[in-house]
Design a protein around this ligand. Structure first.
Ligand SMILES: [Zn+2]
Length: 287
């Protein structure tokens, strides 16, 4: 017996649009790119806790409700607030590839994600600057980390995978938990590639990230902070919030707005959050 759904899907996918979904996973990151043909790329998979993880509770139901296949998983770095849900998602969705900065990390969740990839025949790739994933006209290219840079680092945050998602002329910059030292490396090596209309703000809006020089190079119209309400770290920092408003970025926080969807036809940008939709006014004088 077929039962008519009571509610329509929250976001009927429009076939001419590419979407970035910054999921509300509490304190952590889980970001989905959805192509106009319903293919997903997942960047980080949210936190894990004793007896559960955000992959199972949030990321999987979110994707399954909307349909479509997961093509690739990209890990920014092996801290549990980013890799915690990965094994659950990999086992259930079996993407073709797993992209990893491959900074030596020993968290249980990271090891479980590698075991899931091996078991499910998912191809594991170490991220190198210049590598990219191309699918349905969407490009996800990696600017960092460079293996010469990561040698000698102790903090995996500083070896975060840096990804530029491009569709048409629209660019999303996703920087994991990169802090100032990696931002400086990016400014030295890839300054001309940092500009983006949408920035996933580094390290949950921590004051150790988002230097003025870095924000000036990115100059985003929209800045999304993935952060848990009442988190014990005090993220996001007021200094970062002020710096973002000084450069004219519209700031959206997952602790206040819940999941944030950015939708683009390759030129225009629309935000969906808090049960509302609005177009982002692009300040062409800025770029
Ligand atoms: Zn983090």
């Amino acid at each position: 017996m077929a039962i008519a759904p009571v509610l329509p899907p929250l976001t009927p996918s429009r076939s001419d649009r590419v979407e970035l979904h910054v999921l509300d996973v509490g304190q952590g990151d889980a970001i989905l790119v959805r192509t106009n043909r319903g293919h997903w790329i997942l960047l980080d998979a949210g936190p894990a806790w004793r007896g559960g993880d955000a992959g199972r509770t949030t990321v999987l139901p979110y994707m399954l409700r909307r349909g479509g296949s997961l093509e690739a998983f990209v890990l920014s770095h092996p801290h549990t607030d980013h890799v915690g849900g990965a094994a659950s998602v990999l086992n259930a969705m079996r993407p073709h590839t797993y992209w990893d900065a491959a900074f030596a990390g020993g968290s249980d969740a990271y090891i479980a994600s590698l075991a899931a990839a091996r078991q499910d025949g998912i191809e594991w790739h170490r991220v190198h600057p210049g590598d990219s994933i191309q699918i349905d006209g969407v490009s996800v290219s990696f600017l960092a980390p460079d293996s010469a840079w990561t040698v000698g680092l102790k903090d995996p945050n500083l070896a975060s995978t840096i990804a530029v998602v491009r569709y048409g002329v629209v660019r999303f910059l996703l920087v994991g938990d990169a802090e100032r030292a990696e931002e400086d490396w990016l400014l030295a090596h890839h300054r001309d590639e940092l500009h983006a209309q949408v920035l996933k703000v580094g390290h949950h809006g921590s004051s150790t990230s988002s230097s003025d020089a870095f924000l000036a190079a990115v100059h985003p119209d929209v800045a999304v902070i993935s952060v848990g309400a009442g988190n014990m770290y005090g993220h996001p920092s007021n200094d970062v919030l002020h710096a973002l408003s000084r450069i004219g970025a519209e700031v959206l926080r997952t602790d206040e707005a819940g999941t944030v969807i950015v939708r683009t036809d390759g030129v225009h940008i629309e935000i969906e959050a808090k049960g509302d939709k609005w177009e982002v006014a692009h300040d062409s004088s800025k770029h």
